[in-house]
Design a protein around this ligand. Structure first.
Ligand code: PMT
Length: 225
């Protein structure tokens, strides 16, 4: 009898988009649906882990047996991750986090200024904290897996992110190809590590997630007993 691959392990996963407020009714965001991150949470749970799923705004049901923490902005996702990540064994950053947010959130709805008849407006953006890099920099860090959503030079950009952010593994996701990536039901990815390059061909996000969790467990040594 072999216990499940991640039995006794604590896994923290981010999913979905973040929303960066401009005013009380408008925000900057992206097309992430949360499907890939939720599929990973379900697969980790099925592999026996205790799972915390920190998610931006999505229209998905929580996977069974997973603890879900809802957040909105990159800053609130950063804070939730650092409340949950202590003592975890594996951190998977699947969320599409906004790199920048408006420097100021207007307290009231931004009005068109009729007297100026302005045809354009400028918004100053400031950098958000890099969540996955901040986890990878912790003294007592879990095994850290990031994603890299790229529209060209997939593997070289992804591997560059792995090194720059101090990740154990990066999952390269071509988000220019049709039928995979953002908001689709299927995905195809390549996982890169120091001495690893493993491709997973197109399949449902749930199947891809199962294969990824198996690989992460192997790579973090959780499978050794
Ligand atoms: O949600 P779905 O519709 O199912 O789509 C899945 C997906 C395409 C969103 C997913 O597979 C994916 O690729 N997620 C990463 C999206 C992304 O924003 O990638 P990036 O290359 O911009 O970021 C690189 C890594 O840094 C990611 O792990 C990201 O979570 C992390 N990051 C980025 C910025 C930031 N401020 N903090 C972060 O932690």
């Amino acid at each position: 009898f072999a216990p499940p691959l991640l039995a006794g392990k604590r896994v923290v996963i981010t999913a979905g988009p973040t929303r960066e407020a401009l005013d009380p009714v408008r925000y900057l965001s992206n097309h992430s649906s949360g499907k890939m991150g939720f599929a990973l949470a379900e697969a980790a749970r099925l592999a026996g882990a205790e799972v915390v799923l920190i998610t931006g705004p999505v229209a998905l049901e929580s996977p069974k047996g997973v603890r879900r923490v809802d957040v909105t902005s990159a800053q609130s996702m950063y804070e939730a991750v650092h409340r949950e990540v202590a003592g975890s064994d594996l951190f998977i950053a699947c969320a599409a986090v906004a790199d920048y947010r408006p420097a100021e959130v207007q307290p009231h709805k931004i009005k068109k200024d009729a007297s100026l008849e302005q045809d354009s407006m400028q918004i100053t953006l400031v950098r958000n904290p890099d969540i996955v890099a901040s986890v990878a920099a912790l003294a007592d860090k879990p095994f850290v897996v990031g994603f890299a959503a790229e529209t060209r030079d997939l593997l070289s950009y992804a591997d560059d992110k792995r090194r720059r952010k101090g990740l154990d593994l990066v999952v390269a996701n071509d988000v220019a190809a049709t039928g995979i990536g953002f908001n689709s039901d299927e995905n195809a990815v390549t996982v890169l590590g120091e001495n690893l390059e493993q491709a997973f061909t197109q399949a449902s996000k749930s199947i891809v997630a199962g294969s990824l969790i198996e690989l992460f467990a192997q790579q973090m040594g959780a499978g050794e007993r």
